[in-house]
Write a protein that binds this ligand. Structure first.
Ligand code: TMP
Length: 214
């Protein structure tokens, strides 16, 4: 718990198949082993209402929504998730590990689909206010490697995976631009290695930035 009584908010970002979910679970396990109260969650989703919205976003035709509608749906889901799940957990001192957050809207709907960055920033301000993650881990790897990994997962939630590879290239570059613009908050993690070495890099980054024992 922080000196101010609030927990910490750590977000995992990156393209498809970067290994965010696996790495998030491993970090949660290691922080819990150190005695911390840890909540794991995801976007879109992480609360009842946001999970309902998630189904609208990750299933169905690629062309189902235009970029603005999509950004509004993600932003509405985010607001519900913050109010119902994230903020209460932080208030009781938990460490909240979140699979994707506002940077994904900038990368996917902004850099990927071409919506104006200022529009997305305005939506985020509306839903999130001045709240930001304490640390954002950007898991970076080549697009073809990520899509191969993601394709192996199967399942119905593949609407974004079916978008073309130029889209995925734009969002990889978008995440790197975001990380360069916010070096105090973001750490880029090379996600191309084996899961153990990626986990070690994440642990080192969390330890260095947020002061937990290695
Ligand atoms: P996931 O596969 O990492 O669970 O995320 C679901 C999909 O939603 C993923 O393809 C990325 C996409 N997404 C956006 O396009 N914008 C957003 O703001 C978020 C949070 C996710």
């Amino acid at each position: 718990m922080r000196a101010d009584g609030r927990g910490r908010f750590i977000t995992f970002e990156g393209g498809e198949g970067a290994g965010k979910s696996t790495q998030l679970a491993r970090l949660a396990e290691s922080l819990r082993a150190g005695g911390l109260d840890v909540v794991t969650t995801r976007e879109p989703g992480g609360s009842k209402g946001a999970e309902d919205i998630r189904a609208l976003l990750v299933q169905g035709d690629v062309e189902r929504w235009d970029a603005t509608t999509e950004a509004l749906l993600h932003t509405a889901a985010r607001r519900d998730h913050l109010v119902k799940t994230v903020w209460p957990a932080l208030d009781r001192g938990a460490w909240v590990l979140c699979d994707r957050f506002a940077d994904s809207t900038l990368a996917y709907q902004g850099y990927g689909h071409g919506l104006a960055i200022e529009t997305i920033e305005a939506l985020t301000r509306l839903a999130v206010g001045a709240f930001t993650p304490d640390l954002t881990l950007v898991l970076d790897l080549p697009v073809d490697q990520g899509l191969r990994r993601a394709g192996g997962r199967g399942g119905a939630e593949d609407r974004y995976e079916r978008m073309d590879s130029a889209f995925h290239d734009r969002l990889r570059q978008g995440f790197l631009v975001i990380a360069r613009a916010h070096p105090e908050r973001c750490a880029v993690i090379d996600a191309a290695g084996d899961p153990d070495s990626v986990h070690a890099a994440i642990r080192a980054s969390v330890a260095g930035r947020l002061g937990i024992p290695r």
